[in-house]
Design a protein around this ligand. Structure first.
Ligand SMILES: O=P(O)(O)OC[C@H]1O[C@H](O[C@H]2O[C@H](CO)[C@@H](O)[C@H](O)[C@H]2O)[C@H](O)[C@@H](O)[C@@H]1O
Length: 368
């Protein structure tokens, strides 16, 4: 926004809203604060400059998720060196395995696992993203030896129906819905179960937006709208690229009515979420605290994920200077993760090695 537009917004706020926002063009919520009003006005500005906004959305949809490495970071290198340069900065967690376990000496490893693209391969239909049997057995073993959490954009019940393992923490809706192990777990503090929902007041709004989006996008073939309880996903993996602008326009037309919601992007998916300061990074911090490791130096959190939303957790680990983020990706991408793995099969291999290493070190400790 230019200074002049800012002045207009502030002037409008000081004069009141009634003569500024005609009901027909932009509905006003029943009660709103100056902050809400500012957001509404900014959205109206965006609506009036919609063309540019939509084409930016479509560009971003094309780039998909997470952001590919910026060419500026490798500007002095020939293109073919991109991958090798990236791998130097984000080496394979398999090749760095010894260093990772060495860093855990005297510390409790806590595992954080994203679901889609990490434990299950990406597939066209989100309802068919089942976790392979062998992966489930591996995750079960991991959870036997380390406190383990599944952190996902999916709704918690849905991801549980895929993972089907008790004894784990589940953080659904991008961490806005957290529940501790359903059966007794040696890591659980006392007998109290953990249940935390960061955005309960948004439930009716999200439900309403979900219905609006289903209605508004039903004419665009291939679109799938998924209700993730505290957020909504609009999938465009199966939508013809020629219709992406039309889809973005429909999503924007719905969002314009909800100043308290924001749009983010994942892998071929637009995600609508509450504008609260809560994400997978905050969920990671909450879970460490629940496990009794709030300010502890005796913990090594390891977070594995493939999505843009996992970057919030990688960032938290980097800022804490504690633990490691591992990005699952075949392509060089801009990331706060320390290490990389190429695909879910490598995630499985890494997790298996971790379990084997733990078993061996426990045996060695018994014999000593
Ligand atoms: O945090 P995650 O567990 O990675 O969840 C993020 C989104 O994952 C799902 O969508 C992605 O996977 C689908 C199945 O492979 C794929 O069809 C889609 O294109 C991907 O974006 C899930 O359906 C979304 O609700 C999650 O937000």
């Amino acid at each position: 926004m230019t200074n002049q537009q800012n002045v207009v917004v502030l002037d409008v706020i000081s004069r009141g809203v009634s003569n500024v926002l005609p009901r027909s063009s932009l509905p006003v919520p029943k009660s709103f604060s100056p902050q809400d009003l500012k957001m509404l006005l900014m959205k109206r500005f965006e609506a009036e400059n919609g063309g540019a906004k939509i084409s930016a959305w479509v560009d971003s949809m094309r780039a998909s998720s997470p952001t590919r490495i910026k060419s500026s970071t490798t500007a002095s290198l020939p293109e073919t060196d991109d991958t090798s340069s990236w791998i130097v900065h984000h080496p394979s967690a398999l090749s760095m395995f010894e260093q990772i376990v060495a860093a855990s000496k005297g510390k409790q490893i806590v595992m954080f696992l994203d679901y889609d693209g990490t434990l299950s391969p990406i597939v066209e239909d989100p309802d068919q993203a089942f976790m392979p049997k062998e992966m489930r057995a591996t995750v079960r073993d991991v959870a036997r030896y380390f406190p383990t959490a599944i952190v996902t954009g999916r709704c918690r019940d849905k991801v549980y129906s895929f993972v089907k393992l008790a004894g784990l923490y589940y953080a659904g809706s991008h961490g806005m819905d957290i529940k501790g192990p359903s059966k007794s777990c040696k890591y659980k503090k006392g007998n109290q179960g953990v249940l935390f929902q960061a955005a309960s007041e948004f439930l009716p709004m999200i439900d309403e937006v979900y219905k609006d989006l289903v209605e508004k996008t039903k004419s665009i073939p291939g679109t799938k709208v998924e209700n993730n309880k505290f957020c909504v996903s609009v999938h465009f993996r199966c939508v013809d690229e020629k219709s992406w602008a039309a889809l973005a326009e429909q999503v924007r037309s719905v969002l314009n009515h909800y100043p308290k919601l924001k749009l983010t992007q994942g892998r071929k998916v637009l995600e609508i979420r509450p504008t609260i300061k809560w994400d997978k990074g905050r969920a990671l911090e909450f879970l460490l605290e629940s496990l009794g490791y709030a300010n502890s130096t005796n913990v090594l959190p390891v977070y594995i994920g493939d999505d843009r939303s996992d970057e919030d957790a990688f960032k938290v680990l980097r800022e804490r200077g504690q633990g490691f983020g591992i990005l699952v990706s075949k392509l060089p991408k801009e990331t706060n993760a320390s290490y990389s793995l190429q695909e879910p099969s490598e995630v499985k291999e890494f997790l298996k090695r971790l379990v084997d290493w733990k078993k061996m070190s426990q045996r060695a400790a018994k014999c000593a």
